[in-house]
Design a protein around this ligand. Structure first.
Ligand code: CO
Length: 151
């Protein structure tokens, strides 16, 4: 089900999200809704608080594939990249953000199984942006400039 995407100013976007403790049908339904919502919005990523759910769950949709990360955490971050970023919760804006070039994360899938993953380039940028959402951080907090988006 496509859910409404919360916009900046809603306090849920500023919460420190709680870890998922139950890998049950409710989590599966949340992830299914996040997928429907993210694909409909044609975004690169979506965090659960963006549909009003303050849990540590994100989805990333990039060239490398579609990924679901439950309780993700950084293992390391390396290098640096500077590039443009936007956010489905900050409509019509873009900004330049400095991010690591390469990151390693650990996470669980919807069944609770543990994995790790290395992302680089734009994939790493999307992972960093989405993990920030879980701590109530928006890219606009880090951007060097915020401007009206071109499209
Ligand atoms: Co965002």
């Amino acid at each position: 089900m496509i859910r409404e995407i919360v916009q900046v100013g809603d306090p849920v976007l500023r919460k420190k999200c709680a870890p998922v403790e139950r890998f049950d049908g409710a989590l599966g339904a949340l992830l299914d809704d996040m997928k429907d919502t993210l694909l409909d919005a044609e975004g690169a990523g979506l965090a659960a608080p963006q549909i009003g759910v303050p849990l540590r769950v994100v989805a990333v949709n990039v060239e490398e594939g579609y990924f679901e990360f439950v309780n993700p955490a950084f293992v390391w971050q390396k290098g640096e990249q500077v590039g443009a970023e936007g956010c489905l919760s900050v409509r019509g804006k873009a900004g330049t953000v400095r991010r690591p070039e390469k990151v390693k994360i650990v996470f669980r899938d919807r069944k609770g199984d543990r994995y790790s993953l290395v992302a680089r380039g734009f994939f790493a940028r999307a992972v960093c942006h989405e993990l920030d959402h879980l701590d109530g951080v928006l890219y606009t907090d880090k951007a060097e400039n915020i401007r009206d988006a071109e499209d």
